[in-house]
Write a protein that binds this ligand. Structure first.
Ligand code: AMP
Length: 553
C-alpha cells in the first residue's frame, strides 16, 4: 500500500462521524493487505508506530518536527511553529506548508507504508549523542518525499496522535469484522499479545489459534486496572470477595525466564536498571521458577509505608542508583501471577492464581483476606488505613486477569476526596509573578482515541510546583493563541473535585466543580486517563447519592 493511500483512508475516516461506518471502512481494507502491511497498517491507523510492549520508541518531539519541516519547505523553525499555532493542529499546518512548497519542487519519491515504517524504525534505533541529528535526517527525508496530505498524517504519526478516532476498541472490532471472528476472541488474544497488528495477522492466518495465545516472558502485558467503587456494592454483587491493602506505591510487572530477570513499569517501560533491589529480592524469592508477577513497589521506613513520590523517584533513576537505594528502600508487594513455568495463567480464576502464587512465593506477597460480609470487609479497610495504606482493593474471586481493562472485577476503595486522572491538553499563561509559567491547565478524558475536555485546574498548586510543571510541559507546546497554548498530550494529572456537573462548555459535556491539583501521575500514560464512560458512570452514581470512592459514614 502506498503511504498516499493510507493518508487518503485516514482523511476519509476523519470525515466519517459514525463509529460503525469507520469500523466497516477499516474492516474492508484489512483483508487486501500483505502480511507485513497488515501489521503496520493496524498499528498506524491507531496512531501507534510500535506495539505497546515493545522497547522501541520513536522519540520525536514537536521541536524535531518543526526543524524537519522547516528544512524541507525552506523556512525557519519559528515560521513552522507559528503555522502550527495558527491552525492548532500540527498535521494541518504541515499539510499547508507542504502545499506551498509543492509548486516549486519537481521530484517526489513514492513511499509505501513499509518504507515509512522502516524509516520510523531507523529513527527509533538512533541512540547516543548523534541520535537527534539522525532522527532529524530521517524526518527530513520523509517530509521531503511527502505530498501535502501525506505530510498531514506523517506529522501526526510522529507525534503518535492521529486524531481520526480509531482507538483500540474500534480497530479490534474492525479486525473481528474483516476476518469474521468473534470480537471477544480478538480481545482475548489482544490482551495476551499486546499488539493488535500481530493479532490481525493471526486472525487471518490461523484464527483457531486465537483462543490459545499465550503470554511470553519479556513481552509485558498491560496491567489489569481497577474502578472506584464501594465494599458494600462489591459484596452485594459477588458474595465473598478477596480484600487486599491498596499500597501507595508504583506498579511493576516482573518477568523471569531461565534465570534472566526484567522488570517493567506500569507504562510497560523496562526499569530493570533502576530497581536492582526489587529485582534481586524477587529473583531470590522465586527460586528456579519462570514467572510473570504483578505487584506494587513500595517505599518503607521503619516499617511504615512512605508516600508514592519516593517510589516514583526510584523508578526514574538511571544514574547513581546505588546512592539513591540507600536513601529510599523499596520492597515488592506481589499480588498476582500471570505465568508460571511455561503456562499462561490469565484465564484461571483469581482464587487459583492466588494458590499458585502462595506455592511459588513465600515472601513479598501482599496479604489477601476473604470477606463475605460488609462488616468484616470494613474492618480490613480500617486496618489498612491504620497501617498507613491508601485503602483497599476488593477483587472478585473467580475473575480472570484481564490486561488493560479497568473493570469492576477489581474495585478500589479509598477515603476522602474523589480524584480523576486526566490528560493535560492545554494550559494558560499565569499572571503577575506567575507570568513566565503556566497558571492553569486544560484537562481531558479519553473516548475512543479522542481526548475531550472536561475542565481546567488552577488551584492547589504552589509556585514551586508550577515551576516544575512548566519545565515538564514547555516542550510539549504545539500551538499558541493569545494566553492559551495547546499541548501535545503526554502528561496525566490526578485532580480532586467536589462534584461532576453536566456542562456545555467542555467537549465531554461535563465539568468538574472545585477542581484541585493533587499530583502528576508520572506512572500513567495518556491512554490510561479516565474514560468518558467512567466519568458518566461516576456522574450517575453521584446523582443516585452513592458517591464513588468513599464509604458511607
Ligand atoms: P489507581 O492508580 O488509583 O487507579 O489504583 C489502582 C492501582 O493501585 C493499581 O494500578 C496498583 O498500582 C495499585 N495497587 C496497590 N495495591 C494494589 C493491590 N493490592 N492490588 C492491585 N493494585 C494495587
Amino acid at each position: 500500500m502506498q503511504f498516499l493511500e493510507f493518508a487518503q483512508i485516514c482523511e476519509r475516516l476523519e470525515g466519517t462521524p459514525g463509529r460503525l461506518d469507520m469500523i466497516e471502512q477499516v474492516g474492508a481494507v484489512l483483508p487486501r493487505l500483505g502480511d507485513d502491511e497488515l501489521l503496520v497498517f493496524v498499528r498506524f491507523i491507531m496512531g501507534r508506530v510500535f506495539p505497546d510492549w515493545s522497547p522501541q520508541k520513536l522519540g520525536v518531539g514537536p521541536n524535531l518536527l518543526y526543524d524537519a519541516v522547516a528544512y524541507v519547505v525552506g523556512t525557519k523553525r519559528d515560521a513552522v511553529r507559528e503555522a502550527i499555532n495558527a491552525t492548532g493542529d500540527a498535521g494541518l499546518a504541515v499539510e499547508r506548508l507542504l502545499a506551498n512548497k509543492e509548486q516549486t519542487s519537481f521530484f517526489i519519491q513514492e513511499m509505501d507504508l513499509l518504507d515509512v515504517y522502516q524509516d520510523f524504525e531507523r529513527m527509533a534505533a538512533a541512540e547516543g549523542q548523534r541520535s537527534q541529528r539522525e532522527k532529524l535526517r530521517v524526518a527530513q527525508k520523509l517530509f521531503g518525499n511527502a505530498r501535502p496530505l501525506e505530510g498531514r498524517y506523517l506529522a501526526r504519526l510522529m507525534l503518535e496522535e492521529l486524531r481520526i478516532g480509531m482507538g483500540e476498541g474500534n480497530v479490534r472490532d474492525a479486525v473481528a469484522r474483516a476476518f469474521d471472528i468473534d470480537v471477544r476472541l480478538v480481545e482475548h488474544a489482544h490482551q495476551a499479545m499486546n499488539d493488535l497488528g500481530e493479532v490481525a495477522l493471526l486472525a487471518r492466518q490461523n484464527p483457531a489459534a486465537l483462543s490459545s495465545v499465550t503470554i511470553e516472558p519479556f513481552r509485558p502485558v498491560k496491567m489489569m486496572l481497577a474502578q472506584a467503587g464501594t465494599i458494600a456494592g462489591q459484596i452485594e454483587d459477588h458474595g465473598e470477595v478477596a480484600v487486599e491493602y491498596k499500597y501507595d506505591g508504583s506498579r511493576f510487572q516482573f518477568h523471569k525466564k531461565d534465570g534472566v530477570c526484567r522488570i517493567y513499569s506500569r507504562k510497560l517501560e523496562e526499569v530493570t536498571g533502576s530497581l536492582p533491589d526489587i529485582v534481586r529480592q524477587l529473583e531470590e524469592a522465586t527460586a528456579d521458577h519462570d514467572v510473570i508477577l504483578d505487584g506494587e513497589a513500595v517505599a518503607v521506613r521503619d516499617g511504615r509505608p512512605m508516600p508514592f513520590q519516593y517510589v516514583i523517584r526510584r523508578f526514574r533513576r538511571k544514574h547513581q542508583v546505588d546512592s539513591m537505594m540507600e536513601k529510599i528502600e523499596l520492597v515488592p508487594r506481589v499480588f498476582d501471577i500471570l505465568y508460571l513455568d511455561g503456562e499462561t495463567l490469565m484465564d484461571r480464576p483469581l482464587a487459583e492464581r492466588r494458590r499458585l502464587l502462595e506455592d511459588v512465593l513465600k515472601v513479598h506477597i501482599a496479604p489477601q483476606f476473604r470477606a463475605g460480609d460488609v462488616v468484616g470487609a470494613e474492618a480490613i479497610y480500617t486496618e489498612a488505613l491504620n497501617r498507613g495504606h491508601e485503602g483497599v482493593m476488593v477483587k472478585v474471586l473467580d475473575s480472570p486477569y484481564t490486561p488493560g481493562v479497568r473493570g469492576r472485577l477489581w474495585v478500589k476503595v479509598k477515603p476522602g476526596v474523589e480524584t480523576l486522572d486526566l490528560a493535560v491538553v492545554g494550559a494558560e499563561w499565569g499572571e503577575g509573578r506567575r507570568a513566565k509559567m503556566f497558571g492553569s491547565f486544560l484537562l481531558a478524558v479519553q473516548d475512543q482515541g479522542r481526548l475531550l475536555t472536561v475542565g481546567k485546574v488552577a488551584t492547589g498548586i504552589t509556585d514551586e510546583v508550577l515551576a516544575d510543571l512548566y519545565a515538564l510541559l514547555k516542550d510539549n507546546v504545539i500551538a499558541r493563541s493569545g494566553k492559551e497554548v495547546t499541548l501535545e498530550p503526554q502528561v496525566v494529572f490526578e485532580v480532586g473535585y467536589s462534584e461532576i456537573q453536566t456542562s456545555p462548555n467542555y467537549e465531554s459535556g461535563y465539568a468538574l466543580r472545585f477542581p484541585r491539583f493533587v499530583q502528576v501521575r508520572e506512572d500513567k500514560s495518556v491512554d490510561e486517563a479516565e474514560t468518558l464512560d467512567a466519568l458518566v458512570e461516576r456522574y450517575r452514581l453521584q446523582k443516585n447519592g452513592q458517591g464513588s470512592g468513599t464509604l458511607p459514614d
